[in-house]
Ligand binder design. Sequence first.
Ligand code: BTN
Length: 229
Amino acid sequence: MDTLFVGQNYIFLPETPSTNSFLNTLITERRLAEGTVISSGFQSSGKGQAGNTWEAAKDENIMISVLLYPRFLSVHNQFLLSKCIALAIFDFLTKFLPTAHVRIKWPNDILVSASKICGVLIENGLKGEQIEYSIVGIGINVNEISIDGKRTSMKTITGLDYDLRYLEKILFSCIEARYLQMKSDPGTVSKDYLSVLYGFGEKMKFKDKIHNVEFEGIINGIHADGRLI
Ligand code: BTN
């Protein structure tokens, strides 16, 4: 459960607009160790993917941002980090929800059955073609039960109350394990991602948001830059 670097530098903020924004500002002010974590009990302007907001009840959920320096990744294979983080959360959730049907929904939402339990927002800083730093924002629904039907939480599934600070420690060790694996054995990360990808190899409905049309298709794989095949 002990980690080498993820969570070794840990800052808890009872309230903040957004842990990703806080970390984004902090790295412009001082040099921070890889694995630095900002955690918060409440975000007043939590950021989601595609400019959406992320709302979560106070002190009932995990909301963290992890600072990583994956300088060995180029922009062209940055999706590997998305896979690594999604798998780390998958590993974490399956430890606590061993009988639940946990799946990764491309690119990196985590579902239990068809309901979202976790969202991930990765913000990369680039230097030329290389990734200079990554701010990995993770929101996991834990003890909140007053959530709509499209979402779920760990407590909704098991009826149990969880200690958020204890869960974070387990999550940090899952992140570190997959991050180290991504460096040493990226092929396994890609293989494992496909093995738990929601709808992989099945006929499903997709929406082309540019042309606003629905179509049927089958996910056959993922390009290195993250585009679906
Ligand atoms: C999504 O839209 O699914 C991504 C949600 C990401 C939410 C997390 S909560 C901690 C971190 N700080 C933020 O402002 N957003 C991410």
